[in-house]
Design a protein around this ligand. Structure first.
Ligand code: TMP
Length: 254
């Protein structure tokens, strides 16, 4: 079978040429890495689940007016996306201390932060994705000041919306990472949400037990990694095996 031309292979996804100009096919792998790929592994079925979870969350975000690169899901592991120019910045929002903020600043994991904190990291594997300030981003031209205004505004809305959505299914959104891209339409440029939103790039804790339901189970060898991703999909009402679950909404929990 003729295979589409591969344009880029990342740690968890592959990008192929899309069926028409301005589109790409995003393929979700089961590969997992952590600590800048020093730790490598496979999470069976992760690609299928992340494809569905990211589709679901991006479609929900589009409903509240967040522009995204997502067009439609093509099959179990692939989605059609709009081709964008990725802004080389990872935007992290933290609601509760965990991971690097806990180690760097000595804040116990699980401490609710006085307010949501946004951080920026420069996407550069050789440098290990260093944390940067908005000053660096605009001074070095990675994004314009007006791009940053859009990114910050959208990211705050994403945080508020996803916090509520996850809370509704018994999950606490501890932190997450998003990426944005420039979408060119003729002479006009808009910033849109890109990449993926999944348990690979969110910290999701069960609201009642604080049990981890995200990639920290892989990073920290906690076991039951596949089960955690499945549980997130199940609570969102989108587990592929759940029969005719395509259009099912979230399962509400007390
Ligand atoms: P951190 O606590 O390791 O800085 O991670 C913050 C959030 O960002 C967490 O939800 C995991 C996510 N993240 C990524 O998606 N990619 C990365 O490369 C890193 C370091 C974190």
């Amino acid at each position: 079978m003729a295979r589409r031309r591969q344009l880029y292979e990342g740690k968890a996804k592959i990008l192929f040429e899309g069926p028409e100009p301005g589109t790409l096919v995003q393929y979700f792998k089961d590969d997992a890495t952590a600590f800048n790929a020093q730790k490598k592994g496979t999470i069976t079925g992760k690609g299928v689940l992340n494809n569905r979870i990211s589709e679901f969350l991006m479609m929900k975000l589009a409903e509240i007016g967040i522009p995204t690169h997502f067009v439609r899901r093509l099959n179990m592991r692939e989605q059609l996306i709009k081709e964008v120019e990725i802004i080389p910045i990872e935007v992290v929002v933290r609601n509760i201390a965990a991971g690097s903020i806990s180690t760097r600043l000595g804040i116990a994991e699980g401490t609710r932060l006085p307010r949501s904190i946004m951080e920026f990291y420069y996407k550069n594997d050789t440098l290990g994705d260093p944390m940067v300030a908005e000053e660096h981003i605009t001074a070095f031209g990675w994004a314009m000041p007006q791009d940053m205004d859009d990114i910050i505004h959208m990211t705050l809305r994403i945080n508020d919306f996803l916090t509520g959505l996850f809370l509704g299914v018994g999950i606490t959104l501890v932190d997450f990472k998003v990426e944005f891209g420039r979408l060119w339409e003729n002479e006009d440029m808009r910033i849109v949400l890109a990449d993926e939103i999944s348990p690979d790039n969110c910290r999701l804790w069960d609201t009642k037990t604080n049990e981890k339901m995200d990639k920290d189970r892989f990073r920290r060898d906690l076991g039951k990694v596949e089960e955690a991703y499945q549980e997130v999909a199940k609570r969102l009402g989108i587990l592929p095996e759940a029969g005719n679950a395509d259009m099912k909404g979230p399962e509400m929990m007390q």
